[in-house]
Ligand binder design. Structure first.
Ligand code: FES
Length: 106
């Protein structure tokens, strides 16, 4: 089941896009190539993207425009080379591997 808005009464239809298979915290998801990973996860019902550094509280999409950094994630298959990205800005590609930032690694 998806929570994606497929038809909006005011906005135009989004352009067609190929599926992009990606993982988040080891789980497999399918999004649309080029859409922000946070949008694809939200459409899949995932609201927690990371935890806060001090209290370990869940954090998720907040501003959605790249300003607040509440959506920061790791992109890359291994910890040595992964780069930190903002989930609301990072376009997904087929095969991407994301994981949450946790506590002080965020
Ligand atoms: S949700 Fe604010 S920077 Fe991504």
């Amino acid at each position: 089941m998806t929570e994606r808005i497929e038809h909006h009464p005011v906005l135009p239809e989004p352009p067609a896009a190929d599926d992009a298979n990606f993982t988040f915290n080891g789980e497999s998801y399918v999004g649309r190539t080029g859409e922000p990973v946070a949008a694809a996860l939200l459409a899949a019902g995932v609201r927690e993207l990371r935890t806060s550094p001090v209290a370990g509280e869940p954090r998720g999409l907040y501003c959605g425009i790249g300003h607040c950094y509440e959506c920061r994630l790791w992109l890359g298959p291994d910890e040595e080379t992964a780069e930190r990205v903002r989930g609301c800005q990072a376009p997904i590609s087929d095969g991407d591997t994301y994981r949450s930032t946790r506590g002080c690694d965020s």
